[in-house]
Write a protein that binds this ligand. Structure first.
Ligand code: 5GP
Ligand code: ZN
Length: 114
């Protein structure tokens, strides 16, 4: 997707503060952090939302779970606790339509979210 901001970040056409990268995913700091730790984890391929996950590509989601654990340990929030969020679609609060997961931590989270 040529006009997708997260595709551009994945291709390093737009700078970001990268905290983790491998062949399938990229993780970088959110530009507008909502917690002391706020990292976005994205697949390098363009998927619009979680609704694009299917039997063929669902291994990407389990891989993101493993990557989340690694980053949480690196930021010392693995034992304290953290939140992994996916906003899916307009009413889910999604504003960037390239699949991403928010890793939030470093403060007490509240529930339910707004
Ligand atoms: P959503 O609302 O779609 O779940 O989350 C999109 C997130 O992307 C927001 O938290 C927003 O701050 C972040 N974001 C939007 N544009 C950029 C950008 O250009 N760079 C970075 N690092 N984060 C961005
Ligand atoms: Zn994209």
């Amino acid at each position: 997707m040529s006009d997708c901001i997260f595709c551009k970040i994945a291709k390093k056409e737009i700078p970001s503060n990268i905290v983790y990268e491998d062949d399938r995913v990229l993780a970088f700091k959110d530009i507008n952090p909502q917690a002391p730790v706020h990292i976005l984890i994205i697949p390098k391929i363009h998927l619009t939302s979680l609704m694009d996950i299917n039997e063929e590509n669902s291994d990407l989601v389990s891989h993101i779970a493993i990557v989340t654990k690694k980053i949480a340990a690196e930021y010392n929030i693995d034992q304290k606790g953290f939140r992994l969020v996916n906003n899916c679609g307009k009413e889910g609060g999604q504003t960037v339509f390239h699949l991403h997961f928010h890793l939030l931590g470093g403060r007490m989270m509240t529930w339910p979210p707004g």
